[in-house]
Write a protein that binds this ligand. Structure first.
Ligand SMILES: *Cc1c(COP(=O)(O)O)cnc(C)c1O
Length: 222
């Protein structure tokens, strides 16, 4: 497969990033050859949404890739990605965090996680409400977890062309992040922004963007 366009897309996307923003290349549904092309162009952070697909790809690609799980994670599937996942973005319940902790304990590793915050007003999405998140972080039950490390927050804005809505949602997320950072020194990652809205997210303060279609092309779901 001829894939020079991957390197070109990556270069173009990277040129648009603010300094200090980490690019996670979202490769869900895309074939190994395209991920390899991105890797060959220097990309090391990849994001996947589906557990089985991530597991299948991980064994076929170089070991120094940092695999980000960005989808909705079911507790019963944590065990499949726990041995190698670099960062789990979408932690949306204490139950899930406890399960990640349990698997981390079995493996003797501390698994880095982001708490997903519910910010979209336009449709129902997963995530903690701000207050729920504050309470959990304060709880002794949370503090007892030794094998997960909450290193930041993640959010997905409404799927709308109305820039002011998206900007307001990301601003709210960023304000919560700044507030919590004051109390929890482990928090340093704000994962926000996809192909269509990462400029808005960076303006609000995102320092990790998850970009798929602008690098790998549109996804076709059959
Ligand atoms: C698919 C996906 C992305 C990337 O979306 P694009 O619009 O292709 O950039 C980012 N984040 C999450 C959580 C996703 O599921």
């Amino acid at each position: 497969m001829e894939t020079p366009w991957i390197a070109e897309n990556l270069k173009r996307v990277k040129a648009d990033l603010k300094p200090g923003v980490t690019l996670v290349a979202v490769s869900k549904t895309k074939p190994i050859a395209l991920l390899q092309a991105a890797y060959d162009a220097g990309q090391r952070d990849f994001g996947e949404n589906y557990v089985q697909e991530l597991v299948d790809k991980q064994v076929l690609l170089p070991a120094d890739i940092r695999w980000h799980f960005i989808g909705h994670l079911q507790s019963n599937k944590v065990k499949y990605i726990a041995p190698f996942v670099y960062l789990i973005h979408g932690v949306d319940s204490f139950k899930l965090l406890k399960e990640i902790n349990k698997q981390g304990e079995k493996l003797g590793r501390v698994i880095n996680c982001l708490l997903q915050i519910y910010i979209a007003t336009e449709e129902s999405k997963f995530g903690f409400e701000a207050d729920e998140c504050r309470l959990m972080l304060e709880s002794n039950e949370f503090k007892a977890l030794q094998h997960v490390k909450v290193v930041g927050l993640m959010g997905m804005a409404s799927n709308t062309d109305r820039v002011e809505i998206v900007a307001a949602e990301y601003k709210g997320l960023s304000e919560l992040f700044e507030e919590l950072k004051g109390n929890y020194s482990d928090l340093h990652i704000l994962s926000a922004g996809m192909s269509g809205d990462f400029q808005i997210a960076m303006t609000a303060g995102s320092n990790m963007v998850r970009i798929g279609s602008s690098i790998f092309g549109q996804r076709i779901y059959s």
